[in-house]
Design a protein around this ligand. Structure first.
Ligand SMILES: NC(=O)C1=CN([C@@H]2O[C@H](COP(=O)(O)OP(=O)(O)OC[C@H]3O[C@@H](n4cnc5c(N)ncnc54)[C@H](O)[C@@H]3O)[C@@H](O)[C@H]2O)C=CC1
Ligand SMILES: O=C1[C@@H](O)[C@H](O)[C@@H](O)[C@H](O)[C@H]1O
Length: 346
């Protein structure tokens, strides 16, 4: 069966996902698109030469019985409403991170899905599909290096625009580390502290950049994550796991190694589009494959989305304070269904 998609939000990653469904992946087709800016949606249809209907609203997409699944790629604060409506309409939904920008919003989604009695939602935490992260997890789980003790993460973007605010360093950027490190270690966070180094002159006015997040897990692993979104030189994602008997790190994603003009160098990618291109392909293909055979998605679940936003909110509340903030994930029976059925990709 071909999965017929409706897309809500035709901005940067919306267009990326539409292009991959149409041109690179198999088993999916975009049949309807909308955006709060209808001009943006119209332009997307024209620019990508889509054979898709321009819909006036998300409601029109969700009421359309020819749409099997939706891709939600609008701004974060709009995600909750679209996902809840999609669940109510019984549609599968691939939603970009964050699942919702508030903890209560995430819980409403988790509970709505639990009431349906089946998983419908997959969250776009694509790093779980990145070959280098997958290998890193496999190596850690082999036990060959002993128990993980410390993790050092770096998340650098070349630059951001004036709309990027200090809390977005958490809910827009660090949220990837919050999800992937929990997945890598199979461990939950207990507390967080945020340090503010000197701010770069390249940061838009009022933005604290860079920021350092120190997190501790239940088993006592200490994670240090740097977020620096105006580093100028490119898009740089690093992760090093220090274990009792060895150190395992993400491999460089570069395909070339250059010796030139007295230098031995590797180019640095400039954007998430390139660094995680294969991972975005893999996550969406996995979603399509499950939906096409009527199976529940098995990628990052709404519970994972809830945990990431919940931990993210604790990080936000620790920003600008010189103290540790406690984190406790709610794991009651209401959401046990999703937790137990949707937490693992294997
Ligand atoms: N997984 C990843 O690595 C990435 C994830 N993202 C996530 O994807 C989402 C979108 O980000 P971008 O594409 O960069 O933003 P963008 O600003 O380029 O595009 C967002 C689009 O959504 C539309 N929109 C906003 N509210 C809407 C609503 N209520 N209904 C319909 N359309 C609406 C806007 O008009 C805009 O066209 C964000 O949640 C972001 O965090 C973005 C980039 C990379
Ligand atoms: O999700 C993403 C963006 O929304 C975010 O703004 C960037 O900081 C991240 O690197 C990218 O992966």
């Amino acid at each position: 069966m071909t999965v017929r998609f409706g897309v809500i939000g035709t901005g940067a990653i919306g267009q990326e996902h539409i292009r991959r469904v149409e041109k690179r992946l198999s088993g999916g087709k975009v049949v309807a698109v909308t955006d709060i800016s209808l001009d943006a949606a119209r332009h997307c249809i024209e620019a990508l030469e889509l054979d898709a209907q321009l819909c006036d609203s998300e409601d029109e997409i969700l009421q359309d019985s020819s749409v099997d699944a939706v891709i939600v790629t609008s701004w974060g604060p709009a995600h909750e409403g679209s996902v809840l409506k999609a669940i109510a309409a019984g549609k599968y939904v691939f939603v970009e991170k964050p699942l919702a920008t508030t903890v209560d919003g995430c819980l409403r989604i988790v509970e709505a899905e639990a009431r349906m009695g089946k998983r419908l939602v997959q969250v776009g935490f694509m790093r779980r599909y990145d070959a280098s992260y997958v290998t890193l997890k496999r190596e850690i789980e082999s036990g060959r290096y002993g128990a993980p003790l410390m993790v050092r993460c770096v998340h650098r973007n070349a630059c951001v625009d004036h709309r990027y605010t200090t809390d977005m360093a958490v809910l827009d950027t660090l949220i990837h580390e919050l999800d992937v490190t929990r997945w890598l270690l199979g461990d939950d966070y207990t507390c967080v502290q945020v340090l503010y180094p000197k701010t770069t002159r390249h940061a838009p006015s009022g933005l604290q950049d860079p920021q350092i997040f120190n997190l501790v897990t239940q088993s006592g692993v200490v994670i240090t994550a740097e977020v620096f979104v105006n580093c100028q030189y490119g898009y740089d994602i690093q992760c090093e796991v220090v274990c009792e008997d060895g150190v395992v790190s993400l491999a460089s994603p570069q395909a070339v190694d250059i010796r030139h003009a007295g230098l031995h160098a590797q180019p640095v990618m400039q954007d998430w589009r390139f660094r995680f291109s294969d991972a975005y392909d893999a996550e969406l293909q996995d979603f399509i494959d499950h939906v096409a055979r009527g199976a529940e998605p098995s990628g990052p679940s709404s519970f994972d989305g809830y945990v990431a936003t919940m931990v993210g909110q604790a990080c936000v509340s620790a920003q600008g304070r010189d103290e540790w903030v406690t984190i406790s994930v709610q794991k009651d029976l209401t959401i046990g269904f999703i937790r137990n059925n949707g937490n693992q990709r294997e």
